[in-house]
Design a protein around this ligand. Sequence first.
Ligand code: ZN
Ligand code: ZN
Length: 257
Amino acid sequence: MPPAEIAAIGPMIREVAAGLLHLVFPTPCHVCGRPLGRGRRSALCRECWEALERVGEAGCGRCGWPFPAAAAAHGVEQPLCQRCRETHDHFEAARAVLLYRDGGIARAAILLCKHGGRPGLLRHLAGLLAREAPADLMRRTWDAAVPVPLHWRRRWRRGFNQAEALARAVGRRHGLPVERRCLVRVRPTPPQRGDTAARRRNVRDAFAVRHAERIAGKRVLLVDDVFTTGATGNACAAALRAAGAAAVGVLTLARVE
Ligand SMILES: [Zn+2]
Ligand SMILES: [Zn+2]
C-alpha cells in the first residue's frame, strides 16, 4: 500500500470513531440542550437555528430600528427614531439581521462564538449575515468591507476576530474587497457598558486608520457582530471619514433591542 494511503487511514479511523461516539453519546445543543440530530456537527440544533430572531423591516432611516411610529409616519421618506434624532452619527446607515436580546438564541449563539471559539458556528452565522444582509443597505453600493478591529493583544489572546470572519463572508457574497489592515484599534478598551455617553467616551480615539490611500474616496461598509448603542460603529466611522472615506455604512449580525 503506498505511504500516502497508509497516512490517510489515521484521519479515517478518527472520523469513524467520532461518528460512533456521536451515536452513543449524542452531543446536546449548546443553546437548548436537546440532543443534536445524527451527523449534525454544528453547535446548534435545527430548531434553535430556525428560531434565530430576525430584526423586522427597517423603520428608522439611519439605524434601521423597526420602531412602531415608523409605519405611521406616512409621507416621511426616512423617518428617524428617537435615538437618531438625538445623536449625531458619522455613519450613513446601520442595519442588522438578528435581534440580540437577553435569553435569546442569537445572543447565546454569538457569545458561544466569541468565548467558545466555535469556528463552525461562526461560519454558519457569517453565511447567514451575507445572505440576509438587508437589501436597503446593500443597494447603496459599497467599495470595500472593513471589519471592526480588536486590539492586537485581544486578537492574539483570542486567536481570531469574529468581525473579520463576518466581513469575509459579506465581501465574498457581495463582491467587495475586505480591507482588514486599514482600521486598527490603537488602545485596548474595556468592554462596552453603561449608557450611550459612557460608551462613546470609552471608544473615543480608540481607532485609527493606516494606509488611508486604500479607503480614500471610497464608500466603506463596516462589519461587526453586535450593534448596541452605535458607539463603536460611530467611533470607527469617525476615524474612516477623517481619513478620507466618502461614506460609511454599518452592517452587523445582530442588534440589541
Ligand atoms: Zn437547540
Ligand atoms: Zn434610529
